[in-house]
Design a protein around this ligand. Structure first.
Ligand SMILES: NC(=O)c1ccc[n+]([C@@H]2O[C@H](COP(=O)([O-])OP(=O)(O)OC[C@H]3O[C@@H](n4cnc5c(N)ncnc54)[C@H](O)[C@@H]3O)[C@@H](O)[C@H]2O)c1
Ligand SMILES: [Zn+2]
Length: 373
């Protein structure tokens, strides 16, 4: 059970992801980036390779390096964008590691959003059959979701995150001060994953969010820190119970089968991941209502909260019904030929189902596109 949401949190917090010998801490707070105590216990060798991108490095690389004094540090700066989350860019990372003769004692440090984190994590999973890595997430989405849980990977033109590995970080260091430079659209995208946790299994959090979205969008530090910590608690609990997605962890994909279809179908980077997930949450709610599992009032609350986050609530009209189903079938939630979807039995009660009639799904998508759902 989660505790009640506290009115205010201390300056810094530490949560733990309990995975036996792969357990690790998540540090959340301001100005952690330059704090050597956040890194030192989690780097076993002398060398680190910072992986960042062309947008984040000019903002935060120097501050991070200040926290790494005493280590020999080098960096690889990748181009910025979801469209570069691919094997070709990953290979540039391997080239750099080999050119600089990095051995198995290297620790990779991912400094950036989910794209950098997923790629650096996957490189760490594969390089010389696996080296340690640390996540330093700098977007809201990465601080509440992608940096925690050990899913790493890249996209393929045929499907999102199709090539990847499970590889847990040694630590996650979420410096909330970095969110001050985040573009508004990216902040909204991160809120989609925050809302997701409320919907999956934390109704008190959903209720709390309904009152706090304006403060979150205004980047009120204490409210942001509370939302990040609560999101990480939710994710850590689910990951600890089911690290490799044999069951419960699949619930974290709420909204994602729809969202991934939007991302792949419109071309990676056109819709932000969080934007696609926001619409995906609304579409999952609409389909749940069509099945009679939740009522229209619940759908209206979900739609209103997603809209209040500054997110779109209607899918793009450009994808045909056939293309939708094709993309959803490629998404990895297919098992034994049946499309598995995460839907809602209530706010705070997500369930995994393999029983959805394709006709119903098609009708639900069509009415979402037409704005009549
Ligand atoms: N591994 C997982 O469990 C998991 C979970 C959720 C999402 N993801 C993946 O995460 C990716 C999305 O992550 P994202 O939303 O962080 O996108 P992103 O990494 O593309 O970052 C968004 C944009 O913000 C910029 N940016 C980052 N930090 C900034 C800062 N502090 N100030 C200013 N600009 C900054 C980035 O350069 C980029 O342009 C997707 O590829 C998604 O599939 C993975
Ligand atoms: Zn996501």
């Amino acid at each position: 059970m989660l505790e009640p949401i506290p009115a205010a949190l201390g300056e810094r917090q530490r949560l733990d992801v309990a995975l036996g010998e792969r357990s690790y801490p998540i540090f959340i707070g301001r100005d952690l980036l330059s704090d050597p105590d956040c890194y030192r216990p989690f780097i076993s060798g002398k060398r680190v390779m910072i992986v960042s991108n062309a947008t984040v490095a000019p903002l935060y690389l120097e501050a991070l390096r200040a926290g790494l004094s005493g280590f020999e540090s080098d960096q690889v700066i990748l181009p910025d964008g979801e469209r570069y989350k691919d094997l070709a860019t990953l290979n540039r990372l391997f080239d750099a590691l080999l050119e600089r003769r990095c051995g198995r004692d290297i620790t990779l440090i991912a400094l950036g959003g989910g794209v950098v984190g997923d790629m650096a994590g996957f490189a760490a999973a594969c390089y010389q059959r696996g080296v340690p890595f640390i996540q330093v997430p700098t977007t809201l989405l990465a601080q509440v979701d992608s940096s925690v849980g050990g899913k790493t990977g890249v996209n393929h033109p045929a499907g999102k995150n199709m090539i990847g590995a499970f590889h847990q970080p040694r630590a996650v260091i979420a410096d909330t001060a970095t969110l001050e430079t985040l573009p508004e659209r990216e902040l909204s995208a991160g809120l989609a994953e925050v809302v997701k946790y409320g919907l999956i299994a934390d109704r008190p959090f959903f209720d709390w969010l309904e009152d706090r979205v304006p403060a979150l969008r205004a980047r009120e530090p204490a409210t942001l820190a509370t939302a990040i910590a609560r999101s990480c608690q939710n994710k850590a609990r689910i990951v600890a119970a089911d690290e490799r997605e044999a069951g419960q962890r699949a619930l974290l994909n709420l909204g994602h089968s729809f969202g991934h279809a939007i991302e792949a179908g419109t071309g990676y980077g056109t819709w932000l991941h969080g934007e696609a997930v926001g619409v995906g949450l609304v579409m999952a709610a609409q389909l749940s209502a069509r099945l009679g599992w939740i009522d229209a009032a619940a759908v209206a609350r979900i739609r209103a909260l997603v809209a209040a986050c500054g997110l779109p609530i209607q899918p793009p009209p450009s994808l045909s019904g056939e293309r939708w189903l094709e993309l959803m079938a490629i998404d990895k939630k297919v098992q034994a030929g049946r499309l598995r979807l995460v839907l809602l039995k209530g706010i705070g009660e997500a369930v995994l189902t393999a029983d959805v009639d394709p006709g119903l799904l098609r009708a639900s998508i069509a009415s979402a596109q037409a704005g009549t759902a």
